[in-house]
Design a binder for this molecule. Structure first.
Ligand code: IVH
Length: 696
């Protein structure tokens, strides 16, 4: 160890700290990024050569960006309390009964309350002296919070001065929050900023301050209010609703209702849904708020009921840290935390590997959930969700539960980043991501048992072959028994009638019904059959387009095989079908290029005969014709023209080929009109088309 190295390290640490401060705190960098990086490189090199000299305060030992200096403390004149909760009508009734007992009021006396939606934001205390805003603080521990005056001054909802008359001194309390829509925009911006930072990191560039992605609106509001730099807070879309009085040199009103009126007069925003009502009316109000909750611009987690008369409030006082005169009647929480036990990977019909969270049971959104969607591997990486983490689960309405984030402070020390499998958990085949697809897929195709089972489920499903009596569970059973590996085998199940009837829970009658249902599906409509095949990207709509274009499974099979050759007529034809884009075409061609798929299809076709689609019986001169539109039509939209032609039995395609019968030419038609002429195809003007199509 050399004393010279030690001194040089000390000098570098000091110099880097100085530049950090200039960069992060004063936004006034004094050196270029390259010079800064050179300082860091020298420090690293010295430390590498002298490991004993690595100081804990060295910038190589921490992430850049200074720890927040913190805010000054601010003591509230009157403590900021919390509220007791009620979760149902009985608990609310008990709360009202307690008040009557305490005040010795007869049971029949209705109690006047003011009901206020309970916004999940951040409560703040605003001190006004001689009508002037002098200080604002967070709630903190209830007795003392952080002085965030400068940040609060950036809120437009905050009056700087109160119009007289006003008490010489008054504390006003309210909630700072972010509206849902503003939050979504803000979160998207933060995600973008985080992604850009990652990109800079990948390029080895200077990072700038860390970017936090808020998990919910409350989190966003809290983070925004606690910025050391008020200029940042000023850019955040924060709002304020005022709702309570703290210390006051004199009571300016006699009821809470009048207090809200006074707040309004002083220029504060007061929640317009705040309503005076009696305790008997509370349940109906609660139900109304629960109904309106999803359409409110901000998130609420319940309703606060406050006894209206302030003198009664004074008599009732407090128990512990909560007033006897108010209660928060909460909705069932839509978010909860629980432990993520493991991440399991499900393999879908098209081989997509879908991660799913298995969690300790948790009550959220009114039900107990154990599973949540994790979307895809990028989502897991982005949110850095690890097995063993404490996670925040959200279930709003009927939406599938989602994991919206983790609680980093509660991460077990040995939790490791989730390694998304690169092989299929069901068959061991490679699982790959193609291009910029976020989904990783098993390449095992039909050899993958998971894909096979999922395809079978899809094949029999209601919108596909619609085989009643063959639910998901039965498919799984039959597949596990080795009796059902391909769709064709469904139609051979009748050979196992006795074995089926002997299965637990099946019996002769239900087996009979199932076999009858299967028999009734041997001649499916072509579009259903195509959809049932479960080819990626071929949903009902595309199946319909294909059926209409190719008319029979035989023709389709033949044309798809021919379309394998890029540039072939069959490929052009496929690409020319309105609504079939290149990705869909690619998927189709690939499916029919796979010998195992063809074998399975032919096997199936030995059992079923899909119907043929005939052009609508029409005596229109357009029936059965392949038509291409080009150029701008004057009298009707392209869409309408195409729809009209199709309705009359024409096949509309995008490009001109030998198969084209008619080309309808509008204004500014380009190469297609020329090609039609070259191929000797009949060209129609817009007027001629209208005449043919009966459009007058
Ligand atoms: S009154 C003694 N009114 O709920 C009265 N609080 O659990 C105390 N809150 O920290 C508060 N909306 O952040 C009150 N209309 C409302 C409220 C409300 C939201 C929050 C506030 C407080 C917490 C109490």
């Amino acid at each position: 160890m050399s004393a010279a190295a030690e001194a040089e390290i000390a000098r570098l640490i000091e110099e880097i700290a100085r530049h950090d401060a200039l960069y992060y705190e004063q936004d006034a960098p004094a050196i270029s990024d390259a010079e800064y990086d050179a300082l860091m490189r020298r420090l690293r090199a010295l430390e590498a050569a002298n490991p004993g000299l690595v100081r804990p305060d060295s910038p190589t030992q921490r992430v850049p960006g200074r720890a927040a200096e913190g805010f000054a403390k601010s003591r509230h004149l009157a403590p900021m309390l919390s509220l007791d909760n009620a979760f149902d009508e009985a608990e609310f009734a008990e709360f009202a009964a307690r008040i009557r007992r305490f005040l010795q009021l007869p049971e029949e006396t209705p109690l006047d309350f003011v009901a206020e939606p309970k916004i999940d934001g951040l409560s703040v205390n605003l001190l006004y002296e001689q009508g002037r805003f002098v200080r604002g603080a967070t709630r903190g521990d209830g007795a003392e919070g952080e002085d965030i005056t400068a940040n609060l001054l950036t809120l437009r909802d905050l009056p700087r001065e109160l119009p007289p008359p006003f008490p010489a001194l008054i504390e006003i309390r309210g909630e700072v929050f972010m509206e849902r829509a503003d939050f979504e925009v803000f979160r998207a911006q933060q995600e973008q900023a985080a992604a850009e930072r990652e990109a800079r990191k990948a390029r080895g560039e200077k990072l700038g301050p860390a970017v936090t992605i808020p998990v919910n609106a409350r989190n966003a509001a809290a983070g925004s209010l606690r910025q050391l730099d008020p200029a940042i807070t000023a850019q955040r879309p924060l709002k304020l609703f005022a709702y309570a009085m703290g210390e006051a040199s004199e009571a300016p009103v006699a009821t809470h209702h009048d207090w809200l009126g006074l707040l309004r007069r002083w220029g504060f925003a007061v929640n317009p849904l705040s309503t005076r009502l009696t305790d008997r009316e509370a349940p109906a109000f609660q139900a109304r708020m629960a109904r309106e909750r999803p359409s409110l611009p901000y998130e609420i987690d319940g309703v606060v009921y406050k006894l209206d008369r302030l003198d009664w409030q004074g008599r009732l006082g407090f128990v512990g840290r909560a007033p006897r005169w108010a209660i928060a009647w909460k909705f069932p929480a839509e978010q909860a935390t629980t432990r993520l036990l493991r991440i399991e990977i499900q393999v879908g019909r098209t081989g997509a590997l879908t991660p799913r969270a298995v969690m300790e049971p948790v009550f959220v959104g009114g039900v107990t959930v154990t599973h949540a969607s994790l979307h895809n591997e990028e989502e897991i990486a982005r949110k850095d969700i690890r097995e063993g983490d404490t996670v925040i689960v959200q279930r709003a309405g009927d939406v599938i539960p989602q994991i919206i984030g983790v609680v980093p402070e509660r991460r077990p020390p040995h939790a490791v980043p989730f390694a998304f499998p690169t092989t299929c958990p069901a068959c061991g085949s490679h699982a790959v991501r193609e291009g910029d697809d976020v989904v990783r897929r098993c390449t095992g195709g039909l050899i993958c048992p998971a894909q096979r089972v999922e395809r079978l489920k899809h094949f029999v499903s209601r919108r596909a072959m619609d085989i009643e009596g063959l639910g998901e569970e039965r498919i799984e059973t039959l597949h596990a028994l080795g009796w059902l590996a391909s769709p064709a085998e469904i139609f051979r199940l009748h050979r196992r009638a006795e074995q089926l009837a002997a299965l637990e829970g099946w019996g002769a009658l239900s087996t009979r019904k199932l076999l009858d249902a299967i028999e009734s599906r041997r001649t499916p409509p072509l579009e259903r059959f195509l959809f049932a095949l479960g080819i990626r990207r071929i949903g009902e709509q595309n199946a319909k387009l294909l059926a209409r274009h190719y008319h029979s499974i035989g023709a389709l099979r033949e044309r798809m095989i021919a379309a394998r050759v890029i540039g072939s007529e069959a490929r052009e034809e496929l690409g020319g079908i309105q609504g079939i884009g290149p990705a869909i075409a690619e998927e189709l061609v690939e499916f029919f290029a796979e010998p195992r798929n063809l074998a399975a299809l032919d096997d199936l076709l030995s059992e079923v005969t899909p119907g043929e689609v005939h052009a609508e019986a029409s005596d229109s001169p357009l029936a059965g014709k392949t038509v291409v539109f080009t150029g701008t039509l004057a009298g009707l939209s392209r869409q309408e023209a195409e729809a009209r032609a199709e309705a009359l039995g024409a096949k509309v395609t995008k490009s001109v080929s030998r198969k084209t019968d008619l080309v309808v030419v509008g204004a500014d038609a380009g190469s297609k009109a020329a090609k039609a002429a070259e191929l000797g195809i009949r060209v129609l003007s817009e007027e001629e088309f209208r005449a043919l199509a009966g459009l007058g």
